[in-house]
Design a protein around this ligand. Structure first.
Ligand code: B12
Ligand code: SF4
Length: 443
């Protein structure tokens, strides 16, 4: 059987991360059907390639921002008679919507149902919906690392799934559940060793979520390897009595940059999102502590939420400079399936399709009259481009912990420069869409 798996083009174009789902679903396919002929297609690397996909079955993976382009690809392929199955977080939140464009929809995690989908496709008897169970993560195959060819610099490895917190904006809890499931440490080490190149991402919700001793054991098992890595980490663990041991073990295992979900600048903002794990903590001290252990920090921040004010946009720059960190802002996005979507439902602009759910568009109304959609979008670009200004990027290199030199410094430039380029293009398009009267004074 010939099977193609497609990741539709990403909203901001190509990224240096090889789309993890392609090489992973590829491995699940080979585990179930070792003789399958497999084609993995990254639409961001080759935008026309998805339309030309061949196969007895085509699987398309969609997030909210890629749903519309994924549906377009599915419609073209189905017109040619190809059977299409759609899966991923967006399809799981809105399965009936996805079904309009697919022969079958996989709701939830693939592991428990993918072999059945393949068997049914071979027999020509696909069911409309398959519901994945949340299985223990004990039989996870190594992704077909390296099967995707291209200029990729990072592969991802996940070591756990699930999160006990209830942040209203987040899709992860709904999808992977509130209990953390862990992969055996030996399996993770095996996968890390299989990754080509010298860099990888840990794609867990938090690289030390749940049991801190398990994280310390994992980092100790990875110590001595030559690969450097990046990942998201919560600050609660850093401030715990085991914080120093944890950070030392993480740094020795190759962690060069920790991404932190900063989410909102104030406790009030965090409260509005029920981000309870973060409220009332001295987050800035925790950042300094991480840097003192030789690990660089990048903050991910949401702006323009209904509890935010215009001042939050400007405070972003002060925060980056004060802490000597890079910050990646995005406008708040109420993703379908989340509590935030329900909360904002009445004020969401339903004329804007899912292609606007990228984090650079304001998709809902704000209670403050001065925070129109236009103003929030403009401020988002203004702040993003200032954060990505060359002066700040180079100053950040100076502020980075020396222990990470040179890998962390190279990775910082390698990831920030393409983002800067993408942001400039996005801003130019945004400006053009406003017409000739747009004058933000940005360049
Ligand atoms: C790594 C990662 C990235 C990487 C790589 C993305 C890429 N190239 O694909 C980078 C940094 C580039 C990135 C970018 C973005 N990301 Co991101 N990312 C993640 C992260 C941390 C891990 C995803 C992952 O690779 N998992 C491992 C793979 C193997 O599993 P999986 O994709 O979860 O798939 C499982 C199931 O969903 C299912 N499945 C998935 N697809 C399919 C298809 C078929 C046919 C079948 C049968 C099953 C199936 O089977 C798999 C196994 O069970 C998640 C958070 C998380 N923990 O999930 C956020 C996450 C997916 N990202 C998110 C977002 C919003 C984005 C951005 C839009 C951010 C932005 N503003 O730019 C962009 C756009 C991404 C895009 N594809 O368009 C959101 C998505 C929310 C949503 N509802 O859409 C998440 C959930 C983060 C969050 N907390 O909200 N991201
Ligand atoms: S944002 Fe992070 S801490 Fe909050 S629910 Fe999502 S994964 Fe958990």
């Amino acid at each position: 059987m010939k099977i193609s798996i497609i990741k539709p083009p990403m909203p901001f174009g190509w990224t240096p991360v090889a789309p993890p789902i392609l090489e992973y679903l590829g491995a699940l396919t080979k585990q179930a059907e070792p003789d399958a002929e497999l084609q993995l297609i990254d639409g961001s690397a080759a935008p026309q390639a998805p339309m030309e996909a061949e196969g007895d079955l085509v699987g398309i993976s969609i997030l909210t921002a890629t749903a519309v382009s994924g549906y377009g690809i599915a419609d073209v392929l189905r017109k040619k008679g190809t059977k299409v199955v759609i899966g991923g977080m967006h399809a799981s939140a809105l399965p009936e919507e996805a079904k309009k464009h697919a022969d079958a929809v996989v709701v939830g995690e693939a592991e428990s149902v993918w072999p059945e989908v393949l068997k049914d496709a071979r027999r020509g008897s696909l069911k409309p919906y398959y519901y994945g169970e949340r299985l223990p993560l004990t039989d996870i195959p190594t992704p077909l690392y390296g099967q995707l060819r291209g200029r990729y610099r990072f592969r991802a490895v996940f070591t756990s799934r699930g999160c006990p917190y209830n942040c209203t904006f987040c899709s992860v809890k709904q999808f992977f559940g509130g209990d953390i499931r862990y992969r055996p440490i030996d399996d993770v080490v095996r996968d890390v060793e299989a990754i080509p190149g010298s860099l990888y991402l840990n794609s867990d919700e938090s690289v030390w979520s749940g049991k801190l001793q398990r994280a310390i054991d994992l980092f100790s098992a990875l110590k001595g390897g030559k690969k450097k890595w990046l990942g998201f980490g919560s600050l609660g663990a850093v401030e715990s009595p085991q914080g120093d041991v944890l950070l030392k073990a993480a740094q020795e295992s190759g962690l060069i940059t920790l991404w932190v979900g900063w989410d909102a600048l104030s406790d009030d903002g965090l409260r509005a999102y029920h981000a309870n794990g973060k409220i009332g903590r001295n987050r800035e001290d925790a950042i300094r502590k991480i840097k003192d252990h030789g690990i660089d920090v990048s903050l991910f921040l949401m702006l323009g939420g209904r509890a935010d004010t215009m001042a939050d946009f400007d405070r972003t720059l002060d925060t980056a400079d004060r802490l000597g960190v890079s910050i990646h802002p995005s406008l708040v996005v109420p993703y379908p399936g989340t509590k935030l979507y329900e909360e904002y439902d009445a004020v969401i602009d339903k004329t804007m399709g899912w292609e606007y759910y990228t984090g650079s568009y304001a998709v809902f109304d704000h209670p403050l009259p001065e925070m129109t959609k236009d103003v929030r979008e403009r401020k988002f670009y203004e702040v993003s481009l200032q954060l990505l200004g060359l002066r700040r990027l180079f100053r950040h290199l100076k502020d980075m912990p020396f222990a990470g030199f040179p890998a962390a410094h190279m990775v910082s430039l390698m990831s920030q420069l393409p983002v800067r380029q993408g942001m400039k293009i996005a801003y130019a398009k945004w400006k053009a869409s406003r017409g000739p009267t747009e004058t933000t004074g940005l360049n």
